[in-house]
Design a protein around this ligand. Structure first.
Ligand code: FES
Length: 232
């Protein structure tokens, strides 16, 4: 794929945010994913050229993190947490139900990738919402305390072209838009993220700590990054 002028401009904006250009690799991979629907060999080489890295260095990062998809994703990415707590509370059964319903396994896609109503399904590690287990996310937006039926309803809605409201956080968009937002490129920042994300369950530890007058050690006034090792 040839990346257009707008993508080059957005890439330059991302790179300009970091003192070391190689630090822009993670958001740049998300930008590539927003354009391509996954990270292809062209995307790897775009990142390498933009950041002065080797293809192998970019590939190593892109294959390490599961948020970078190497095959084209559906309009929506449905992630079912099957880590210990969610699994014990029904996550494994939810994944099995959705897998059977869609006729796909882990990282399979039902429908034509990128087309309306298409869904990529994944069995995910902890989605950082254990206090709301079992959890499903769609494009990383949270649907808390799911049941077999409620998870299936979410998928029905997505396949019908609707966007069910997440339990908390931002409104649901699609996988490519979310990837662009994770890259730090927003069409409408206020409209996208200006919603509460923390729930009483999540903040419960803070409330208890305040009641007990517990405090955390103060952050240092400033912190100097050690220099990067010389490239050999
Ligand atoms: S174990 Fe499922 S969100 Fe943590």
């Amino acid at each position: 794929m040839i990346f257009d002028a707008a993508t080059h401009e957005q890439a330059a904006e991302i790179v300009g945010r970091y003192p070391q250009q190689r630090s822009a690799l993670l958001p740049l991979l998300h930008l590539v994913q927003a354009v391509e629907g996954c990270v292809t060999a062209d995307g790897i080489s775009f990142c390498a050229t933009t950041l002065g890295l080797t293809g192998a260095e970019v590939e190593a990062v892109a294959t390490f993190y599961t948020m970078y998809k190497r095959t084209p994703c559906g309009e929506h990415l449905v992630s079912v947490c099957t880590n210990a707590l969610c699994a014990a509370l029904g996550g494994d059964d939810i994944f099995a139900r959705l897998s059977a319903k869609l006729g796909i396994g882990h990282e399979g896609t039902a429908g034509t990738p990128g087309q309306p109503g298409s869904i990529t399904l994944e069995s995910a590690e902890c989605l950082a919402a254990c206090d709301h287990a079992p959890v499903v996310t769609v494009n990383y937006e949270f649907y808390d305390q799911q049941t077999l039926d409620s998870a299936e309803e979410i998928v029905d809605e997505l396949q019908a072209g609707r966007r069910p409201e997440p339990t908390r956080g931002a409104l649901l968009t699609d996988f490519r838009t979310t990837s662009r937002e994770i890259a730090g490129i927003y069409g409408d920042l206020a409209g996208t993220v200006d919603t509460p994300t923390a729930s009483p369950e999540t903040l419960r530890g803070n409330v208890i700590a305040e009641d007990l007058r517990q405090t955390a050690p103060a952050m240092p006034e400033s912190y100097e990054m050690p220099p990067l090792p010389e490239k050999k």
